[in-house]
Design a protein around this ligand. Structure first.
Ligand code: KG4
Ligand code: ZN
Length: 364
């Protein structure tokens, strides 16, 4: 007899409204549909995500995304075994929209409800895409997140360190603004950096002189601002080649910090003596070729398999939420109608809270 579990997942913790259906058949997961409706246009004029606008847009779009996900999968609600929803951390209005929608669907269709930690969704993705076995090391690196986690089970994570201020994607976005380059900043700074000399300007490598895996990126942005202002004062503007050099130096500084801290996190993780060591990355910043190549190299150097899920599953999506819901459900977890939306929800409750709050809401 085949053993299957089919879950609908909902995601609305930031500026993407998403619904997806994932099916597990005899231990093998498959994404039957994954719908993501972004809100970039709605927030473009404000230079960041406006929580109230995001929440209203989620409330409007969730039903449509669910319908589309069911249609794409060719399934009705009656074919589902459960509903998983991001219950935090994130912008509270958006998380509430998702939780209310999921509760309505679960109550209406008589299905189990499973609340999912958004960060667990990212952290469990390498199991959905590559069947990575626990324990593995994970680096979440995006516009809202930056942390090293050891994933030991669906709800068992140890945080080795994270950013104490900005996330790297946020730093790239701010850098693009300073360099008058288009948003999102990561891809435009990367394209500019390709034409520049990373050694032309000396940027700091924050916290590299301190032990541990914590990181800081906000000082880099200030260093870039100062360097730019000095160039403008000297040249009466920002010459093209110098702009490329500034971008190259800035990107290299972020890459160096992420690579060295990954080396330390890997050393810490390898002390657990995992049978098949694995190092996985997720988040939009993992798209950066210089950073990705550096992380892959350090992984090889330390004897771990490098796993980078396809980009559309590295960035915010609901397939990861459906999958994390299946993982929780299989381990016996389920939530009731008292499930609440949580703005903060650290994956590792024993770790000291990280400081700071990014443009995309509170850091967990
Ligand atoms: O994971 P993501 O789509 O959303 C969240 O932040 O949750 O990540 C988006 C972030 C943005 O800050 C964007 O500038 C950054 O990832 N990013 C990049 C690149 N592509 C996207 N950063 C550096 N290099 C890139 N190629
Ligand atoms: Zn995310």
């Amino acid at each position: 007899m085949t053993d299957t579990l089919t879950f609908l997942g909902l995601e609305s913790s930031c500026d993407d409204t998403a619904a997806a259906i994932v099916r597990l058949t005899d231990g093998k997961p498959e994404i039957l549909s994954s719908v993501v409706a972004g809100q970039t246009d709605l927030h473009a004029a404000f230079g960041g995500v406006v929580p109230e606008i995001a929440a209203r847009a989620h409330a409007e779009k969730l039903d449509l995304c669910v319908e589309e996900a069911l249609e794409e999968a060719g399934l009705g609600l009656d074919a589902l075994d459960g509903i998983a929803v991001t219950a935090g951390p994130g912008l509270i209005g958006g998380v509430m929209s998702g939780v209310m929608c999921a509760k309505g669907l679960a109550a209406g269709a008589g299905l189990p409800l499973v609340g999912v930690n958004h960060l667990a969704g990212h952290a469990l993705t390498p199991r959905l895409t590559d069947g990575l076995a626990f324990p593995y090391l994970m680096l979440l690196v995006s516009g809202g997140h930056c942390q090293f986690l050891i994933a030991k089970g669906p709800e068992d994570f140890s945080r080795l360190g994270g950013t104490i201020d900005d996330a790297p994607g946020e730093a790239f976005d701010k850098a693009a603004k300073l360099m008058a380059l288009p948003q999102p900043g990561g891809p435009s700074v990367e394209a500019e950096a390709r034409k520049g000399d990373p050694k032309a300007f000396a940027f700091p490598r924050p916290l590299l002189d301190r032990p541990g895996c914590d990181m800081s990126f906000s000082g880099l942005k200030t260093a870039l601002l100062r360097a730019r202002d000095q160039v403008v004062a000297e040249h009466g503007g920002l010459p093209r080649q110098i702009r490329a050099d500034l971008c190259a130096g800035f990107q290299q500084a972020i890459a160096d910090v992420l690579i060295e801290k990954s080396r330390r996190a890997l050393a810490e993780y390898l002390k657990l003596a995992p049978a098949n060591p694995g190092f996985a990355v997720a988040g939009g910043v993992a798209a950066n070729q210089a950073i990705r190549a550096g992380l892959e190299a350090v992984s090889r150097e330390m004897g771990a398999d490098f796993v980078a899920p396809p980009l559309k599953l590295c960035t915010d999506n609901a397939a990861m939420i459906a999958w994390a819901g299946i993982e929780r459900f299989r381990s016996g977890a389920q939530d009731g109608m008292d499930l609440t939306a949580r703005p903060r929800w650290p994956l590792d409750r024993s770790a000291a809270p990280l400081l700071g709050s990014g443009k995309k809401g509170a850091k967990a």
